[in-house]
Design a protein around this ligand. Structure first.
Ligand SMILES: Cc1cc2nc3c(=O)[nH]c(=O)nc-3n(C[C@H](O)[C@H](O)[C@H](O)COP(=O)(O)O)c2cc1C
Length: 220
């Protein structure tokens, strides 16, 4: 059975990023995959980025997976064994969240082959995607802010493991109640409009993404 893992790099378990990942997970499930969501900011998940232990480079040692003994160890094992991997993150100060970047260090570095840079250590070829959510209103501004470099560079690293793609959700609704916050640059009316018109389309795209990746993975 196809195994599909969804990694939520947002501290919020029910907001924009999580909702899009949830829809992608439903798509994968409808395509027959065994699905799982991991919330990186769960209080029970204490971890850091790569600790430079080099266990993944030791001669004769276990290759291709981070075996640093902390709460992320079993997540890393499931991530390398997954047939489908979908990561999600809000844009934080121009980058994916620290939590997702730490996860990515732990995923990518063991795949870097110090004996042959051209042949990464891939435990299992996988279909993957990254979902980014942000206040940024559209693709034009995304490029103007250099997010296509700062964000997409991280996302495209998943291409080491097989075909990968990126889904963007712009101009997200950030607060439950805008009246409580100093946010004159983010007028609630236009945010609410985007939430009612664009966000449902993004959710649908996420569903189709999850379904497509799981279907492709099944076909091999
Ligand atoms: C610490 C922090 C930094 C942020 N930085 C940016 C940013 O640089 N660019 C942007 O477009 N949005 C930025 N945002 C907005 C979030 O990316 C956006 O609201 C996102 O959809 C939140 O995801 P969530 O609802 O899953 O938590 C930032 C939000 C926070 C909390």
């Amino acid at each position: 059975m196809v195994k599909a893992l969804f990694i939520n790099g947002s501290p919020r378990k029910n907001f924009n990023t999580a909702q899009l990942l949830q829809r992608a997970m439903e798509g994968a499930s409808d395509a027959g995959a065994e699905v799982e969501m991991v919330n990186l900011y769960d209080r029970n998940l204490n971890y850091k980025g790569c600790m430079s232990c080099f266990a993944c480079k030791v001669k004769g040692g276990k290759k291709g997976v981070c075996s640093f003994p902390d709460d992320l160890k079993s997540v890393m094992e499931r991530a390398v064994e997954a047939d489908v991997l979908v990561c999600g993150s809000p844009v934080y100060c121009g980058y994916p969240t620290a939590g997702l970047r730490a996860f990515m260090e732990r995923l990518i570095f063991p795949a870097v082959n110090y004996s042959d840079f051209g042949r990464p250590v891939v435990v299992k070829t996988k279909r993957s995607a990254t979902i980014f959510t942000m206040n940024c209103p559209d693709e034009e501004m995304y490029r103007a802010n250099n997010y296509h470099i700062l964000m997409d560079t991280t996302a495209r690293q998943l291409g080491m493991f097989g075909p990968t793609e990126i889904l963007y959700s712009f101009d997200t609704y950030q607060f439950n109640d805008y009246s409580r916050y100093d946010a004159a640059m983010l007028p609630e009316e236009s945010k609410a409009h985007v939430r009612e018109t664009q966000f449902p389309q993004d959710l649908q795209k996420a569903y189709e993404l999850g379904k497509r990746l799981a279907t492709d993975a099944k076909q091999g």
